[in-house]
Ligand binder design. Structure first.
Ligand code: CS2
Length: 490
């Protein structure tokens, strides 16, 4: 079948939205690291809106830091891809032109660094997942003995890590008298701008103290809150896109109608007028970010672990079981006193909309996908909530059950004894701890609580934390997730 390309745009069915501008007549102004499904269904669409509106200097060069698959799929399509938006009621397709060039960093790191040094590039944005920042989730400090960081410090001109690429490009710009780009992180990290700024400053200082001072003082890293549910694309999605387009798109993305982007407005080198595209440019992202990480992502991870254990494949399936839906509603209520509600937000409405989004039956968002990289996610999704609740003297029953769900999940076998494919940067260590402790809450809970990168020093020592987590894990082991959830909502 014919492949999607610039030449095929005029032949697409009328219902399919497509660029009204000439993608070939744009200029790269943004380099994006980590050009996965989320970026293509989120930031790229805001940029697409601005390209449509005539801001032609902001096209995107997308780079993959690991695999060539996105470039391999999109290069024959002139960078074009489809976003299929699915609600319970129907779907609409849009072909996006914002992604003009694709690079694969490991194939040619120099090409990526050179692209980032181009003075026309004024923003480098990132979606490299939590683990891509090479930081310690508990302290938010750079992991200085991370294998990628050690490698990059040895050969900084040909980096492999995101911090390595950013700092090498910033150093070359500085040497050439080109002002730094703004570093725009779009990952679900706590205080994400500040976190990436700390990581970059420390890495730069390890290269050269002077470079460290430059990054600390001159490089802007605004914080963001990003939100859109974008499950991994399946073959069935590709078939649906083929049916909608009448041509083949090897790399479409499928997402929900909802989208939100809150951005700290600090772009010394300029930015597209993203507010015209629906983004919220604010002076303080923190309340938005806390609300989203603790309510949406905290609930998501809890649904993922407990739902997977109970045998559910997707979030919508878990939500169709009323006990689980009530449990996450309870979790959101439990977390609410720890939030500073963002100005103009109807928190009750926000929580209701999250539950409705989780229920969207037309998205197949796998519990296994969300369960990935728990060690990097728990601190900002559940542990901060627990800390704040304990500081107020409040109990943590729902949060404790979410955390225990993670522990039971990383124990590595499901409730029918089948192995779980646990993906996590700490998976080897977790496997060893699980192997030593066995499936006993009294041994496994303290063993896992001893992982400082996740739980730090304070939580394991606090019996108001350790006791409910251990008890919940005991129930998960003895009775299973479904019965434990039912008991928890009584
Ligand atoms: C999910 C997020 O995979 C996960 O961990 O919780 O990707 C979530 O779908 C997004 O943050 C929604 O904005």
């Amino acid at each position: 079948m014919t492949r999607l390309s610039l030449a095929r745009l005029p032949d697409l069915p009328a219902a399919v939205r497509r660029p009204s501008y000439d993608p070939a007549a744009t200029r790269i102004g943004i380099v994006h690291l980590g050009v996965g499904a989320f970026h293509r269904a989120h930031q790229a669409l805001y940029v697409e809106d601005r390209l449509e509106a005539g801001e032609r200097d902001w096209a995107i060069l997308g780079a993959s830091l690991r695999a060539p698959d996105t470039r391999d799929a999109l290069a024959p399509q002139d960078g074009l891809y489809t976003v299929l938006v699915r609600s319970g009621e129907g779907e609409r397709a849009q072909v996006v032109g914002a992604l003009r060039t694709l690079l694969v960093a490991p194939e040619d790191p120099e090409a990526l660094v050179r692209a980032m040094v181009d003075p026309a590039v004024r923003i480098v944005s990132l979606t490299v997942t939590e683990k891509g920042y090479c930081h310690d989730p508990a302290t938010r400090n750079l992991v200085e003995d991370h294998p990628d960081i050690r490698r990059d410090l040895e050969s900084p001109q040909a980096p492999v890590s995101a911090p390595g690429f950013l700092v090498e490009a910033l150093a070359r710009r500085r040497a050439a008298g080109v002002p730094p780009f703004t570093v725009l992180t779009c990952d679900n990290l706590p205080a994400n701008g500040d976190t990436v700024h700390r990581v970059l400053t420390r890495y730069a200082a390890l290269r050269d103290p002077d470079l460290g001072a430059f990054v600390a003082g001159e490089v802007a890293c605004p914080s963001t809150m990003v939100d859109r549910i974008v499950p991994a694309t399946t073959d069935a999605d590709r078939a649906a896109v083929r049916a909608a387009l009448g041509v083949e798109d090897a790399w479409p993305v499928v997402t929900e109608p909802f989208t939100q982007w809150v951005i700290e407005d600090r772009f010394p080198s300029g930015r597209p007028r993203l507010e015209e595209a629906g983004a919220q440019l604010v002076s303080d992202v923190a309340p938005f970010e806390l609300m989203k990480l603790r309510l949406l992502n905290g609930a998501h991870s809890t649904l993922a672990y407990l739902g997977y254990l109970a045998g559910h494949e997707t979030v919508a399936e878990v939500m169709a079981d009323d006990a689980f839906a009530r449990l996450v509603a309870g979790l959101m209520d439990e977390a609410t006193p720890t939030l500073a509600v963002p100005p103009g937000t109807d928190l009750a409405g926000y929580k209701r909309s999250l539950l409705a989004r989780f229920r969207n039956p037309s998205l197949r968002h796998r519990t296994w996908q969300i369960a990935m990289d728990g060690s990097q996610k728990l601190p900002q999704r559940l542990l901060g909530t627990a800390r704040d609740l304990l500081a107020r003297g409040a109990p943590i029953p729902h949060v404790a059950l979410g955390i225990a769900g993670w522990m039971r999940y990383v124990a590595g076998t499901d409730e029918r004894g089948r192995p779980i494919d646990v993906r996590d940067p700490l998976s080897e260590r977790l496997r060893r701890l699980v192997g030593e402790a066995g499936l006993s809450a009294e041994r496994l809970a303290p063993a896992l609580l001893g992982v400082r990168e996740i739980f730090a020093d304070d939580l394991p020592r606090d019996p108001r934390f350790a006791a409910p987590v251990t008890a919940a894990l005991g129930s998960l082991i003895a009775r299973g997730a479904a019965a434990t959830v039912r008991a928890a909502i009584q």
